[in-house]
Design a protein around this ligand. Structure first.
Ligand SMILES: C[S@@+](CC[C@H](N)C(=O)[O-])C[C@H]1O[C@@H](n2cnc3c(N)ncnc32)[C@H](O)[C@@H]1O
Length: 426
C-alpha cells in the first residue's frame, strides 16, 4: 500500500500543478509497469476520490493543523489518507501505518512521521465534531471552489445543489450500440449472458449496472459497442443528417460523435477536423475499430478555415467546441480544481470565434449544431444568443428531447451535463 499511496500523492501533486489526471495516470502506468491491476485500481480510486472530495478533506486538514504543512507531498499524503479514512473500507491501522511509512519515503525530516501519525489519529478521535465544525463551509460541503458554487447558485437558483451533488457521484458506464452490426435488444442479451445488467435509456444508449473493463464487453473489438455518455449520444440525431449530405465535424477528436453519425446515416460525405494531431491518432483508432473507412481526415484550426477548407459548402456542421467541461466533473473531478474563474470567458471567446468562422461554410438551408459539455451559461446560451444577434441569416431551432431544457442537459444519473444549440441558415 505504501507504493499505492506514494503514487496517488504524485498524481494529486501533478494535478494541482496543472496537469490532466487521465494523462498523469497514463504516465504513471507507463513508468511503473510492474503494478498489478489491483494496485492500479487502488491508485485510481484514491486519486479520483480525493479530488472528488477535496473541498471537504482540505477543510478538515485546516481544522487539524496549527499551520499549513509546507512540504506539498506531505500535505497531499494527509489528504489521501483522510480520503481513505472517510471513504474506503481499508482498516484504520493499515491506512495510518502506511501513511507514516510513506512519509519517511517523502522526507528524512524526523518530525514528519510523527506529524502524520498525530494528525490522522486526531482525526479519528474528533471525527464527528470536526465534520460538524465544517458544516457551514460551502466549499467543504460541496467540494467545489467557491466561485464555481456561486456561479451555479446564480445561474440555477433552484437546482444548483442537485447539479453540484450530481458532479460528486460515481459516474455510470454508458454504451452506444452500433446498430449497423447488432440491435440494442440483442446486445442487451449478449451482456446478460456475461452477467452484465443493462438498462435502455433512449436511441442506442444503454446504461450498465456496474462499470466493466471494455475488453470484457461482448464484441467490443469488433465494433459492436462504444463507451459514450447518453447525453453525448443526442448530438448525431439532433444534427439530422441525411444520405448524400456533406457533413463537417469541426472539433472531432476522439471521434465519439462523428462515429455515431457514420453509424446512423449511410452515404454521408464526412469530413472530420481537429486541431490536435495526437488526438486525431485516437480518432483514427476509434474509426478503424468501428470499421468506418469512408471519411476525410483533416488536421487544422476551426478558427481558420482558409487553411484547410476545399471551398465546397457543407449541409451539416457539428461544432463540439472546446469548453470548461463543467458538465462532466463526475468523470473528471480534477476539472473542479484546475479551472479558474476567468476560464469561462476565455472559452466563450474561443467558442464564438469558432462559430463565426464555421458559419460561412454552411449551405443555405443547412444546419449547424453547437455543442458543449458545460453547464456554465457563459459558454452555452449566452454564446448562442450572441451568435444569433450578430447573424441575421441564422435562426435557432428547438432541440427536441425530453431531457433538455432549451438545449441544456443538467448532469444526473441518466446523462452528463451537455448543451446543444441548433442553428439553420435562412
Ligand atoms: C469536446 S472535444 C470534442 C469531442 C468529440 N466531438 C467527440 O465527441 O469525441 C473538443 C475538441 O476540439 C479540439 N479543438 C480545440 N480547439 C480547436 C480548434 N481551434 N480547431 C479545431 N479543433 C479544436 C480539441 O482538440 C478537442 O479534440
Amino acid at each position: 500500500m505504501i507504493e499505492v499511496q506514494l503514487l496517488a500523492v504524485q498524481a494529486i501533486g501533478e494535478t494541482f500543478a496543472g496537469a490532466n489526471l487521465n494523462e498523469i495516470l497514463r504516465h504513471i502506468w507507463q513508468a511503473n509497469t510492474r503494478l498489478t491491476l489491483q494496485q492500479r485500481g487502488a491508485i485510481q480510486d484514491i486519486a479520483y476520490g480525493t479530488l472528488r472530495h477535496y473541498g471537504q478533506i482540505d477543510a478538515i486538514l485546516h481544522q487539524l493543523l496549527n499551520k499549513p504543512v509546507q512540504l506539498k507531498p506531505l500535505h497531499y499524503l494527509l489528504a489521501i489518507a483522510l480520503y481513505q479514512l472517510c471513504f474506503s473500507k481499508t482498516p484504520v491501522y493499515a491506512i495510518v501505518d502506511h501513511a507514516v511509512s510513506s512519509s519517511r519515503k517523502i522526507t528524512r525530516n524526523p518530525g514528519a512521521a510523527g506529524l502524520i501519525n498525530a494528525v490522522l489519529r486526531n482525526f479519528m478521535r474528533q471525527r464527528t465534531s470536526l465534520l460538524d465544525q465544517i458544516k457551514t463551509n460551502e466549499v467543504a460541503r460541496y467540494s467545489y471552489p467557491q466561485w464555481w458554487i456561486d456561479k451555479l447558485h446564480q445561474q440555477y437558483p433552484r437546482n444548483y445543489e442537485a447539479i453540484l451533488l450530481a458532479g460528486n457521484e460515481h459516474p455510470t458506464m454508458m454504451l452506444r450500440i452500433n446498430t449497423l452490426y447488432t440491435s440494442v435488444g440483442h446486445y442487451q442479451a449478449l451482456l446478460a449472458a456475461q452477467g452484465i445488467d443493462s438498462e435502455w435509456l433512449w436511441g442506442n444508449a444503454l446504461r450498465l449496472a456496474r462499470p466493466v473493463a471494455v475488453e470484457k464487453l461482448p464484441g467490443f473489438s469488433e465494433g459492436l459497442a462504444t463507451v459514450q455518455d447518453a447525453g453525448a449520444q443526442l448530438a448525431a440525431p439532433l444534427l439530422d443528417a441525411g444520405a448524400g449530405m456533406r457533413v463537417l465535424d469541426a472539433c472531432a477528436a476522439p471521434g465519439g460523435k462523428s462515429t455515431h453519425l457514420a453509424e446512423l446515416v449511410k452515404d454521408i460525405e464526412l469530413t472530420v477536423l481537429d486541431k490536435h494531431e495526437a488526438r486525431l491518432v485516437r480518432l483514427t483508432e476509434n474509426f478503424s475499430r468501428l470499421k468506418i473507412t469512408d471519411y476525410q481526415l483533416l488536421c487544422g484550426d476551426a478558427m481558420h478555415p482558409s487553411q484547410w477548407w476545399d471551398g465546397q459548402l457543407y449541409d451539416r456542421i457539428l461544432a463540439d467546441v472546446p469548453c470548461s467541461a463543467s458538465g462532466v466533473v463526475s468523470r473528471h473531478p480534477d476539472i473542479k480544481w484546475l479551472r479558474k474563474p476567468s476560464d469561462t470567458d476565455n472559452f466563450a471567446q474561443t467558442q464564438t470565434t469558432i462559430l463565426n468562422a464555421l458559419w460561412p461554410l454552411l449551405q443555405q438551408g443547412g444546419k449547424l449544431l453547437y455543442a458543449t459539455c458545460s453547464v456554465f451559461n457563459e459558454e452555452n446560451n449566452l454564446v448562442a444568443e450572441k451568435f444569433l444577434s450578430t447573424h441575421q441569416d441564422a435562426s435557432r431551432l428547438p432541440c427536441f428531447h425530453a431531457t433538455t431544457d432549451n438545449g441544456q442537459l443538467l448532469p444526473g444519473a441518466r446523462h452528463d451535463g451537455f448543451f446543444y444549440a441548433l442553428f439553420r441558415k435562412n
